[in-house]
Design a protein around this ligand. Structure first.
Ligand SMILES: [Zn+2]
Ligand SMILES: [Zn+2]
Length: 141
């Protein structure tokens, strides 16, 4: 399982997951479009159990449109956004897909928060569509 690893742009923050991702999705919410330079973020969902992070991250705490208190962590040195965690869902850690070493692990199955996508967005309409936050994924994969 050594391929379940990732890092920030500068390499100061690295991580390792204990199990393959549960799902992946695009998020079009307003916050994510700040983080992803305008487009949707691509997010991979891992179990937080056994997920190891090395290095120093900063934590931006905010209340999301879903009402969840969110912790969004990024590398203090290079600013790469890496993780998102909802206090209401401590069993999950959301990883920004671009940080994964093995990009073949990324297979988005849905678009979420499509109601907040800008008019010029071109979401893939072959994927499952949610106007807002989808139902909570199962506790175990
Ligand atoms: Zn970094
Ligand atoms: Zn979002």
């Amino acid at each position: 399982m050594s391929h379940l690893t990732g890092k920030c742009l500068c390499g100061a923050v690295t991580y390792k997951a204990a199990a393959p991702p549960q799902s992946a999705r695009y998020c079009w919410c307003r916050t994510c479009r700040y983080l992803a330079a305008g487009n949707a973020t691509v997010n991979v969902v891992f179990a937080s159990d056994g997920f190891q992070i090395d290095g120093t991250t900063s934590d931006h705490v905010s209340v999301a449109d879903s009402g969840n208190t969110m912790h969004r962590r990024f590398c203090t040195a290079c600013g790469t956004h890496m993780f998102s965690e909802a206090e209401a869902r401590p069993h999950l850690i959301i990883v920004r897909a671009g940080t994964l070493d093995d990009q073949s692990l990324v297979d988005p199955g849905s678009n979420i928060w499509l109601s907040e996508a800008p008019d010029w967005a071109r979401p893939d309409d072959r994927l499952v569509a949610f106007d807002a936050q989808p139902p909570v994924p199962p506790t175990t994969a």
